[in-house]
Design a protein around this ligand. Structure first.
Ligand code: ZN
Length: 490
């Protein structure tokens, strides 16, 4: 058992070292170092892959005698990791790396020049390789199951289809109702929000929510993210727009939510593959919970608005709480996913989920994509992109070969309200605590119900144990009706 633990600790160290290099690449690395850095990361990652798939790891897994419940879980989870890592031939992994390297460049050029045809042949190649990848991984019903499982272990296409189908009609109706209601001005979140004041305010609030800066830090990057190098070193990045409050502040809360998850993992799991988020959906449920269910709520701003007014006197000095709260929560159908509001966001995801499946099944071809994209946008959101850069070319994911990833964003939204409802049942005065800026009970509940377990529990198990129910769209729809029904009068 100890020999197995030692070996897994080395693999974990290699992966985390690669992650430090990747973090540096997005924050401080000079541009000229791109090629050498790519090589260094690849060296560490392939070394870690070799150690994991080596016969010695399998022999240790067979012969180890577990001494605790954690050991039993460690063996079970690592067996699965090894199995997944060995099912895909090295030649296919190599082909996928080369394809996505080329495809990323083509996508950037296609997006910058609004020319889908530059990206199309690369995407067609990615789709072919993705199907090959799914076949190698194996699946129960449909190749898409294997892809989903890479990001949301145990989730099936049938399950996501069931939940999304339930959500779609109800949500399209809400979006149409809001679009027809008098618009709410978002003027209060635009104005003079000085960069240094935004930075300080974001850090202060993240600390008060429970993000531990003794074991973390925040830096700037073009695309905000969070990353963990150990339970005691979990970092976030952000991007500040000095004329617009939302991206910097809510982005900071979002990434802090991801980081608090990793900081809350049981220290007994440190140095093992169990010390990680259990799925991307659960991860996103944590970021969305702090960003939206807490950070965009009225109780939260009852506490923080006076401080925000002091921090941003030019922009907020003459604004009242209610105007600010409404301004930070406006809903309007828009073309770009990453700029979408809480309500319309899930429709952007469902669009991608349908298109990905149609591509993998061969129901539509890559050439059909721009038209299919625009038609469905128009049907669901009532708006049509005037160019492909604002449509089918907007996301980087497909160029990287990440097909099956998008659904986890929407699953995270649904899980966030399910977990929040359960937290409210456990902490009846949660709203008044939030109004006082006291988040300790909520964080403690999340630690105990979600964070602590690392990968010992699957996302389905966490949800079931914490909420008593399976994944469903009901709780999120109720949240949307209550909050936005109030704001938009329906
Ligand atoms: Zn996120």
């Amino acid at each position: 058992m100890q020999a197995l633990r030692d070996r897994l600790a080395r693999i974990t160290d290699l992966n985390h070292s690669a992650a430090i290099l990747e973090w540096d690449q997005e924050t401080y690395m000079p541009e000229g170092a791109e090629e050498s850095r790519a090589r260094q990361v690849a060296t560490l990652r392939s070394f870690s892959h070799e150690l994991l798939t080596d016969d010695k790891t399998s022999r240790l897994l067979e012969s180890a005698s577990p001494e605790s419940e954690i050991d039993i879980d460690l063996i079970r989870v690592t067996r699965k990791d090894v199995e997944k890592a060995t099912r895909v031939p090295a030649s296919l992994i190599g082909k996928m790396a080369v394809a996505s390297g080329r495809s990323k460049g083509a996508w950037q050029k296609a997006r910058a020049t609004n020319t889908f045809s530059i990206f199309a042949p690369h995407l067609a190649n990615i789709v072919d390789l993705t199907i090959e990848h799914a076949e190698a991984l194996g699946y129960q019903d449909t190749p898409y199951d294997a892809l989903l499982d890479l990001y949301e272990e145990g989730m099936t296409t049938a399950e996501v289809t069931r939940v999304f189908a339930d959500l779609k009609d109800r949500l399209v109706l809400v979006v149409k109702t809001i679009a027809a209601a008098p618009a709410i001005s978002n003027a209060a979140v635009h104005g003079n929000f000085r960069h240094d004041a935004q930075w300080a305010f974001g850090v202060q609030v993240a600390k008060q929510l429970g993000y531990d800066f003794h074991c973390g830090r925040q830096d700037t990057s073009a695309h905000p993210f969070s990353t963990a190098f150990s339970i005691t070193d979990v970092r976030i990045t952000t991007r500040v727009d000095p004329t617009f409050f939302n991206p910097g502040f809510f982005g900071t809360l979002h990434e802090a939510g991801h980081a608090m998850y990793e900081q809350g993992i049981d220290m007994a799991l440190e140095g093992t593959p169990l010390a990680d988020g259990t799925s991307l959906g659960i991860h996103e449920s944590q970021s969305r919970l702090w960003e939206n269910l807490i950070g965009r709520s009225l109780p939260f701003w009852k506490h923080y608005f006076p401080q925000a007014q002091k921090a941003f006197p030019e922009a907020l000095g003459k604004v009242d709480l209610n105007t600010f709260y409404r301004s930070a929560n406006t809903v309007a159908p828009s073309l770009i996913r990453v700029e979408a509001d809480e309500v319309t966001y899930n429709l952007h995801i469902m669009l991608r989920f349908e298109l990905e499946q149609d591509l993998i099944r061969g129901k539509i071809s890559v050439e059909d994509l721009p038209r299919e994209w625009n038609d469905r946008m128009e049907n669901w959101l009532g708006i049509r992109p005037s160019n492909d850069s604002d449509g089918v070319l907007q996301d980087i994911h497909w160029s990287l070969g990440a097909i099956g990833y998008f659904p986890t964003y929407a699953l995270g939204n649904l899980m966030s309200t399910q977990l929040f409802d359960a937290a409210k049942r456990a902490i009846p005065d949660l709203d008044s605590k939030t109004e006082r800026g006291d988040f300790s009970d909520l964080l403690q509940w999340l630690r105990k119900s979600v964070h602590h377990h690392g990968r010992r529990k699957s996302s389905g198990q966490i949800l079931k144990d914490a909420t008593g129910s399976d994944l469903s769209a009901d709780s999120w729809m109720q949240y949307v009706h209550a909050k936005f029904g109030d704001l938009y009068g329906f």
